[in-house]
Design a protein around this ligand. Structure first.
Ligand code: NIG
Length: 420
């Protein structure tokens, strides 16, 4: 997609750079600012009124780096709203519904699965996300895991092979055989379209030895490592992630003192998924203790059909502030710089000269409103690559989403709008 040679967002009331050297406080906030983006890269952050080919008037609003959603499971078909309803009536979440989604996903033609992914990506873009990680994990056989990653890699470089999500029904009682498949044939088929490998380390999913085998095989194949850990109870996940040098261990809902110490003394990012804790009626992670101990943290949506069917990072921020006692600054940093760190990226999550020109313009004067106005759609415009999807969706409902997300009206030629 063509990028305008030069774009200025000016008249910004409050610009979050995420560089304390550029502005006030830990978020490096500059007031009355402008951002110049040239060929998709931030050229300058400066006072308003600098010239450029294309101008977006922020009209005093807050502008922040596009959200980096470092944990999603977007490649799926089917609906589990009945499971959610039963849960709200008291049935506990145990991850078993992954098999329901696996059946639906396997039975969905590729074109339809691809359309579902695009629809969710557009929803995420509309919600302010500009970089997204997408996992496989609802194929659970060689062909369908490879197919899921093939679709995901069309839309993001941050793709994760999650063959070790749950034991598929046909491998009942043969977990070690399945892990052998994951580490060999499935990995071989998945690796060309995967940057990362992940496993679900939890009672009822896979144990520490099985997950270690998956991570080691992935590492040998050249993939980066991530892990689902400590979601439904304490367990070996966090310690294993730290031992293996995972970029991130995700959930961290139930942590022991030793887990907190291990994370604080490691480079592994603890990624919180508060919308999953919300939707599964789990307690929330003790973010305060973890942050105060010195651990690096991120927050992600965990968009999936079972435990967290949302793409709203704003909602996650509100939960983290209200329920996890993070400050608003910490929460905003966790969905930008934190997500970038969890993906080992230094080019995103900030608006500084040389970084990617991915920005979110709020319908609000400050970032505080993201927590102060929960549930309100505050994303006025998202400037980043996911908007290119706008040109590929056809139905009326999808066109409506496109128009709201990008400002492109139906019929506009692709690539015309600077916001994509
Ligand atoms: O991160 N915990 C494992 N995987 C997803 C849930 C998947 C599902 O229930 O479909 C998660 O919460």
């Amino acid at each position: 997609m063509a990028t305008n040679s030069s774009l200025i967002i000016d008249n910004i009331g409050s610009l979050i750079t995420n560089d304390p050297a550029l502005g006030a406080g830990p978020l490096g906030i500059i007031t009355n600012a402008a951002v110049v983006i040239t060929n998709g890269v931030v050229e300058a952050v400066c006072p308003s009124d600098t010239g450029a080919d294309t101008r977006i008037d922020a009209d005093g609003a807050c502008v922040l780096p596009g959200f980096v959603d470092s944990h999603t499971h977007l490649v799926f078909a089917g609906d589990r709203s009945e499971e959610f309803t039963a849960r709200m009536a008291g049935r506990p979440y145990d991850g078993g519904g992954i098999r329901v989604t696996t059946d639906a996903t396997r039975n969905t033609p590729t074109a339809e699965l691809d359309r579902l992914v695009r629809q969710r990506l557009l929803e995420a873009h509309h919600a302010g996300t500009t970089t997204i990680e997408i996992k496989s994990g609802y194929g659970l056989n060689v062909a369908d895991e490879a197919r899921s990653l093939d679709i995901a890699s069309t839309y993001t470089p941050e793709t994760t092979f999650l063959g070790a999500h749950l034991l598929p029904a046909e491998y009942g009682g043969r977990a070690d055989d399945y892990i052998d498949l994951v580490c060999n044939d499935m990995l071989t088929a998945a690796a060309p379209n995967a940057r990362w490998i992940d496993a679900f380390c939890e009672t009822g999913a896979f144990d520490a030895d099985q997950c270690r085998a998956v991570l080691e095989a992935g590492k040998k194949a050249g993939l980066g490592l991530r892990l689902h850990g400590n979601q439904l109870g304490t367990g070996p996940g966090v310690q294993l992630a730290v031992e293996c040098g995972c970029a991130s261990v995700d959930h961290c809902t139930h942590l022991t003192d030793d887990d907190i110490e291990a994370l604080a003394n490691s480079d592994t990012v603890a990624t919180f998924l508060p919308a999953a804790d919300f939707s599964t009626r789990q307690p929330y992670p003790d973010a305060r203790r973890l942050i105060d101990a010195g651990a690096s943290v991120a927050i992600a949506s965990n968009c999936n059909p079972g435990s967290s069917y949302t793409t709203s990072i704003s909602f996650c921020i509100a939960l983290a502030v209200r329920e996890m006692h993070m400050t608003i600054d910490e929460a905003v940093q966790a969905v930008t710089l934190g997500g970038a760190a969890a993906l080992h990226r230094t080019d995103i999550g900030r608006l500084t000269p040389g970084s990617a020109g991915h920005a979110t313009i709020l319908d609000a004067p400050t970032h505080h409103h993201l927590a102060y106005r929960p549930g309100v759609p505050l994303i006025r415009q998202t400037i980043g690559p996911l908007g290119t999807l706008a040109t590929t969706l056809g139905g009326p409902w999808e066109r409506g989403l496109v128009e709201r997300a990008t400002g492109i009206q139906s019929g506009d030629p692709p690539g015309r709008d600077a916001s994509t």
